[in-house]
Design a protein around this ligand. Structure first.
Ligand SMILES: Nc1ncnc2c1ncn2[C@@H]1O[C@@H]2COP(=O)(O)O[C@H]3[C@@H](O)[C@H](n4cnc5c(N)ncnc54)O[C@@H]3COP(=O)(O)O[C@H]2[C@H]1O
Ligand SMILES: Nc1ncnc2c1ncn2[C@@H]1O[C@@H]2COP(=O)(O)O[C@H]3[C@@H](O)[C@H](n4cnc5c(N)ncnc54)O[C@@H]3COP(=O)(O)O[C@H]2[C@H]1O
Lengths: 141, 141
């Protein structure tokens, strides 16, 4: 189609690099994860171990769901649960060599896409806002 | 530009109509709002009164923030707070006669856009997923 140029573009310039992505580790407590989520202001963030292997996504919604089972939510009791027991493993992943076309179609159903490098380590995320900003710019060229 | 046809399209076909949009009322308790949010699975939903006037957006994040001030979060204490004291009034609004162009640019910074009809009543929302699905389809025509 006439949109080959946009669709075949590399996603590299739309990636928020890992050093700017709020994240937690699988063994962290839910109390710690809640603190990072509230401080960062994000509703969901990646779960990575120290060698940047991607384990899942933890969200305020998941932590909230975990606490609803308790009679009383005592923030200090959140330290009895670990991120790896509450996180979701249903998330979108693409490689840093993938095309913009792949990123658009994944972003339809995922608020952000995790990006891996050639060694399978986490290298950042592509959020929907970046895809939408690019599309908006493209349509006004 | 050559994209006039897409940009000038009406947003009508991308609107999730109000009867399918989970919402709460300004005078509802936070306990009730939390129940609706958890049951619906959405992170944020509109706040409407009985004549479908739009007041704001309530989210799990806002309810969580409101409870963090408490020493212990007792779900039944959430019934002492009302939605109107916790909701955010910073949200995106367009009219059902607006163009797709307007919807794209608002969706860059908002996960969903509230839609009003000619009498200024709430008529539904346009979520980012609908914008992205349309763009993805357009680029493959
Ligand atoms: N501090 C902030 N500054 C400016 N705008 C903000 C913001 N926090 C949220 N927003 C706006 O709200 C949208 C939804 O944020 P949310 O946290 O639910 O959902 C976010 C969050 O879960 C994740 N995310 C984005 N940036 C992140 C980062 N640096 N670290 C970790 N997660 C991130 O990707 C999702 C989609 O992000 P996206 O940018 O498309 O969409 C964002 C952005 O448009
Ligand atoms: N039950 C479900 N079935 C299928 N997919 C689901 C889903 N719940 C969430 N998702 C997916 O996750 C995205 C983020 O949902 P979230 O609840 O954070 O954020 C949602 C929510 O805050 C609001 N929203 C969407 N549909 C709604 C509805 N029927 N009533 C009230 N709010 C709605 O608009 C935001 C953006 O929605 P969007 O569709 O772009 O993006 C959704 C969708 O792609």
């Amino acid at each position: 189609t006439e949109y080959e140029h946009l669709l075949n573009q590399s996603i590299a310039e739309y990636v928020i690099p890992s050093e700017h992505v709020a994240h937690v580790q699988p063994d962290n407590t839910l109390e710690h994860a809640l603190l990072v989520l509230v401080k960062s202001g994000y509703t969901a963030i990646p779960v990575l171990n120290t060698s940047f292997e991607l384990y899942g996504i933890i969200s305020k919604a998941k932590i909230l769901d975990a606490t609803l089972g308790m009679e009383r939510i005592e923030p200090e009791r959140l330290d009895q649960f670990q991120v790896k027991d509450t996180m979701t493993t249903d998330f979108a992943v693409i490689h840093d060599s993938d095309t913009f076309e792949r990123a658009i179609s994944l972003s339809i159903d995922h608020p952000f896409i995790c990006v891996k490098d050639s060694k399978n380590a986490f290298s950042g995320i592509v959020p929907r806002s970046k895809i939408l900003a690019r599309m908006n710019g493209y349509l006004h060229e």
